[in-house]
Design a protein around this ligand. Structure first.
Ligand SMILES: NC(=O)c1ccc[n+]([C@@H]2O[C@H](COP(=O)([O-])OP(=O)(O)OC[C@H]3O[C@@H](n4cnc5c(N)ncnc54)[C@H](O)[C@@H]3O)[C@@H](O)[C@H]2O)c1
Length: 260
């Protein structure tokens, strides 16, 4: 089994994000919340987006002066605008967007309700595009040479049973990432994606607890699923100057699962 490092060991890398401002969607739970902590530990400012009514209080507790919470739905244009506004108002500008909000609705393809298909595509793909469009156009207009990281999934790269809508949405996110990188390189904006395997969050447990998850782990060179910190640190790396030549890339974080 691949070793798991402590959060302190993972956070001890200095990625040079001090003073940068990141909007992080899905920031109140799971990978998004861990990414908020990681960016704060790196000295970045964070605008934390979430539907949780406690989002403002959570942000205050996590980041004191360097985090602000904005409650809303990523499918709502007003919320997307409010996130950018909060970044400008509190921290001067927005340098980074992490599109992490996402959902999964599972079902065999022959039975998946159209409404479930539409909801998954709306949140995972359409809202990621519209969020990137809002932040990208702000960056272009204001000459901010920033970066965007889209949280896709191993499901965007390989087929997973009962995940038709989810895999289609994440495959779409990967294609979108490449187009945005192609179009916005000339403005100095980098756009990348990360594709984690199963991560031990509420969503990971929902889809993979049980014998099918145990069987999957046996097929992985890592012998285990991922921890949220292992995704947060990869997202932060892609936003760092160390990744200055990396754009349009999909960083697969899967303990070697998809190499076969
Ligand atoms: N956990 C995994 O196994 C796994 C694997 C690969 C990729 N991912 C991706 O990582 C991202 C985070 O997932 P997670 O595991 O942390 O799950 P999670 O359920 O803990 O977090 C998802 C977050 O997105 C938010 N969200 C959902 N719909 C929203 C909407 N319409 N507006 C605003 N916020 C909304 C939720 O409130 C929640 O805070 C997702 O995009 C998911 O697809 C997760």
């Amino acid at each position: 089994m691949l070793p798991v490092y402590s959060q302190d060991e993972i956070s001890s890398l200095d990625l040079g994000l001090k003073g940068k401002t990141a909007i992080i969607t899905g920031g109140t739970s799971g990978i998004g919340n861990c990414t908020v902590s990681y960016f704060l530990s790196q000295g970045a400012n964070v605008v934390m987006s979430g539907r949780n009514p406690q989002v403002e209080e959570m942000a205050r507790e996590m980041g004191a002066e360097r985090a602000v919470g904005v409650r809303g739905d990523v499918c709502d244009a007003e919320h997307r605008k409010a996130l950018i506004q909060a970044g400008i108002e509190h921290f001067g500008q927005v340098d980074i967007l992490v599109n992490c909000a996402g959902i999964t609705l599972l079902g065999n393809a022959e039975e998946l309700p159209e409404a479930d298909w539409n909801k998954v595509i709306e949140v995972n793909l359409t809202a990621s595009f519209l969020m990137a469009q809002a932040v990208g156009s702000y960056m272009i207009e204001n000459h901010v040479q920033g970066c965007i990281v889209n949280v896709a999934s191993q499901g965007g790269v390989i087929a997973l049973k009962r995940h038709a809508a989810y895999c289609a949405s994440k495959g779409g996110v990967l294609a979108l990432t490449k187009v945005l990188a192609l179009e916005w390189g000339e403005y100095g904006i980098r756009v990348n994606a990360v594709s984690p395997t199963v991560v031990m969050t509420a969503m990971g447990h929902q889809a993979w607890d049980g014998p099918h998850g145990d069987a999957l782990k046996q097929e992985m060179p890592s012998g285990r699923f991922a921890e949220p910190e292992e995704v947060a640190s990869a997202i932060a790396y892609l936003c760092s100057s160390g990744a200055s030549m990396i754009t349009g890339h999909n960083l697969i974080i899967d303990g070697g699962f998809t190499i076969k």
